[in-house]
Design a binder for this molecule. Structure first.
Ligand SMILES: Nc1ncnc2c1ncn2[C@@H]1O[C@H](COP(=O)(O)OP(=O)(O)O)[C@@H](O)[C@H]1O
Ligand SMILES: [Mg+2]
Length: 267
């Protein structure tokens, strides 16, 4: 159980689609937290055919500002995505207008505490935070600093799509080193495949590739736009499910390293 932040450098490589694919396919209880400062996409996309009242991150932020963001309030702001197996897969819808980020921004640190604390609730959640693009004026840095993993989602179909990852990784490394617990949380998730193999992308970017999602138009359209049927057997959902143990292992290794470093520092 962990906090996993997913981001892109720029463009639309498929962060929301990948985050939702993980949320729907992992074996653990999952919460997709829509933290994209440009606005959430799930209500207008995957859940476009459902009648949902205006709930989500903004209300939780307002409750947090009033000191009332408790479990009862949180439960009012999330939507159960899997009515066949209730209680396992949820989404906290994001803001629906970028100006609302002004209300959310001051409480990112406390919302991050809240997300991190969900691990210890019985039963706990894995929180997958869709943090949108780094190339916005207001990425949710307090959350990125403290996430167990910061997964940069990169379209691997062409060099042109890969290159923006280079400055983004530089920025993330600096931020995580200066204000977080080091750049060891950084990882890549590749979407689609081009002429460069994952090992070459990993070598070039000097960040481990922990997951590769295939190009899968049908499943992606069902996830991003709510159009068509989503099959559990789709290549996209299967690849997202296969990524879970690898991401989890990376988190465990990093936590062990951080604990050893802390113990070493104590003496
Ligand atoms: N694995 C994939 N295969 C095919 N199309 C994809 C895949 N992932 C995302 N897409 C498509 O790319 C577009 C952008 O996806 P989205 O998840 O909204 O990107 P982002 O959140 O990075 O802006 C959508 O039309 C979506 O269906
Ligand atoms: Mg998105």
């Amino acid at each position: 159980m962990a906090l996993i932040a997913m981001v892109s450098a720029k463009g639309s490589p498929g962060v929301t689609t990948a985050a939702l694919a993980c949320t729907l396919s992992w074996s653990s209880r999952t919460l997709l937290a829509e933290c994209d400062p440009a606005g959430g996409d799930i209500l207008a996309g995957y859940l476009a055919n459902s009648e949902i009242p205006p709930i989500g991150l903004l209300n939780l932020a307002v409750a947090e500002l009033r000191g009332q963001a408790d479990t009862t309030e949180f439960n009012k702001q999330i939507i159960d995505l899997d009515l066949k197996h209730p209680g396992y897969r949820h989404v906290l819808p994001g803001i629906n207008d970028p100006v609302q980020i002004g209300t959310v921004r001051p409480v990112w640190p406390r919302l991050t505490d809240f997300f991190l604390g969900l691990e210890y609730k019985g039963p706990g959640y894995d929180v997958i935070a869709d943090c949108g693009r780094l190339a916005t004026s207001a990425p949710p840095w307090p959350l990125l600093h403290r996430a167990d993993l910061v997964v940069l989602v990169v379209r691997a179909t062409s060099l042109r799509a890969i290159l923006p990852a280079i400055p983004a990784i530089g920025q993330l490394r600096k931020e995580l080193t200066d204000n977080g617990r080091g750049a060891g949380s950084l990882a890549l998730m590749l979407v689609g495949r081009g002429s460069e193999p994952a090992s070459e992308i990993e070598r070039r970017l000097q960040v481990p590739v922990l997951a590769e999602l295939p190009e899968d138009r049908a499943a992606a359209t069902a996830l991003s736009d709510g159009i068509g049927r989503l099959r559990d057997s789709s290549p996209l959902l299967r690849a997202a499910a296969a990524a879970e143990p690898i991401l989890r292992q990376a988190i465990e290794q990093r936590r062990a390293r951080l604990t050893a470093t802390r113990a070493g520092a104590r003496g």
